[in-house]
Design a protein around this ligand. Sequence first.
Ligand code: ZN
Length: 691
Amino acid sequence: MTTHAAAPEAAAAPGRAGRPGRPLERARRALARGLAARARAGSLPTPRVAVIGAVNAMGERQHDQGGSREADGGPGPHEALVHLAPDAVLIGPWQDTAGGATACGACLAIRWQRLRTRSERDALETGLVTVPVGDWPPLPDHTVDAVWALYLRATTGGPAQDAGTRHVTPAHGAAAPRAGRSTAPTPAADPVLPRVTRLDLRTLLVRTVPLLPEPLCPHCAPAVAADTAGDAVPSPLVSRPKPDPGGYRLRRPGDHPLPTEALANPVCGVLGAATWRDVTSPTTAPVAGTVFMRGYAGLTDVTWSGQANSFARSRDLAFLEGMERYAGTHRRDRASMTVDSLANLGDAALDPRTCGLYAPETYAADPMVAPFDPERPIPWVTGYSLRDERPVLVPARLVYYSAGTAADNFVFECSNGCAIGSCTEEAVLHGLLELIERDAFLLGWYGDLPLTEIDLDSCASPAVRAMIARAALQGYDVHVFDNRVDLAVPVVTGLAVRRDDGPGALAFAAGAAFDPEVAVESAVAEILTYIPHLPRQVAERPDELAAMARDYHLVRRLPDHAALFGLPQMKRYAGSYLRPPALRPLGAVYAGWQQRRPGTGDLLDDVRLLRDDLVGAGCDVIVVDQTTPEQRCAGLVTVCTLAPGLLPIDFGWARQRALHLPRLRTAARRAGLRATDLTDAELRRVPHPFP
Ligand SMILES: [Zn+2]
């Protein structure tokens, strides 16, 4: 068994963009001289000045060399409190109070770099050669005065006080505590964090923001030695008393002590530069943020959002979704991973073939993927089997869905089964509900199963009534269906049908929850987020979508699936939804479930019910802890749940694992809906419309 260090988010060849970085280096020296003169005049220590933005702060070689050091010997960001970027001077991290989480300039450099534009990031991270010209940035005396004043303010509390009385936190190597694990912030999470003050070089605008320590920082979070390698082994689940038996979250979304300013700010925000509200949305109150994350196909614009019925709730949900994606896209840990072949690991590891593979033709035709080879070493992370109650190794490829190596490109995974919560049990419950929801949707779609429509007039929730009315104002009728197949927990599929047959014909969504009303509400709420945009998304690319309708292999990306069903002519494939076999009240549909649903007031009983149902369906139930240090400080846990054998959601017609898993053909028989397995001829071989 061998180990290797976790790949950072950008492991591209570093630094080529920075090699000709003369103008920034000249400006850095000028700034350092100017600050040194002011320090001498006040008999104060001379500040060190580092450059950020000339070399890749996230590259492996930078880590080995100890920071983004300029070739001619300027300090690395971790050794300085003054940082010169092309458009600003950043001062910090500094802090008012001792004892909070500690961060260093390299943490700042990494977080700052993630928020740069696509072209800036590609230049820094992929080795594109850029040639700086001219002298930049200009640093007139009054700018150096401003930097000096801000530096004094940060280090001494103000120009009039003595230097050294303020707690300053350049972390120096091993003496620094591990990022974010030293002291949990109090509920007021932002104020105790280190600060960074940004001076804009064009406008002299000053802004101070909090900085969260970066878990991949080579100075704050030293790599774990190989002999102690590996992820923390998840422990068995424990009892979690619920605030009320009908609640499935132990805390409300707004009750988590999130450092929202540190999560979204334009200098070093963890999740993005800002959040924005869409005040023009006619159906929901959306709040969203966005950040570039480096995935298989370069930088991807990852959006995180909340789409509730109030902006305040949407904002809370958006931050939680952003945190979940931050944990799931890349491993935020410098500890080593196991690298070995399945053949060597044997029973200690999950065979990824049980989670589904693509058709042989896909591996032959698609240069991005290669068949799984049990003899080939691939990276693994440690999970925990809730069925067997033991640790199990899981291919990292199936857990961190934007990271991978050339050796393990046998499949593309998505966020399916990842969930965040206030404890492991809560996160597991919601991760499993998501797996069950997508599995049920795909069974219903590809299996062309008849689904009972639920009479929306029988739903008591005023929120559902209001949402249906808002959809009607947009010209849509909403329908919901009982999408359970062989598992007991309520899964509801929602469908909005455009009344006038214009572009944006059909919009699908689904929800799974222990409370059937909540399942209906979440399916309808999700539909509402799509219908304001769907007609435009179809009208923008009519020829492309018409071509997809003729040749499904042109359905390649996530948005293609839902957009395709915006074409009115695709309605002919949705007959099982447009002409359901029955219409029944909600209470009657889920009467049996309400008898079976645990009412014990312990979240663990709810998790056990899902686990037992999944094990009964022939699946293992595996949990991998993805929690990042930032989340741990806020009392949050993120997990990736896996139930090998369930149909996984995939996007792109050639990459549908669901079509090749046995369960697609057996689940309806297992549910008692029919006496035999589905034959190939009975399948609906049309790309799914899941959004
Ligand atoms: Zn650091």
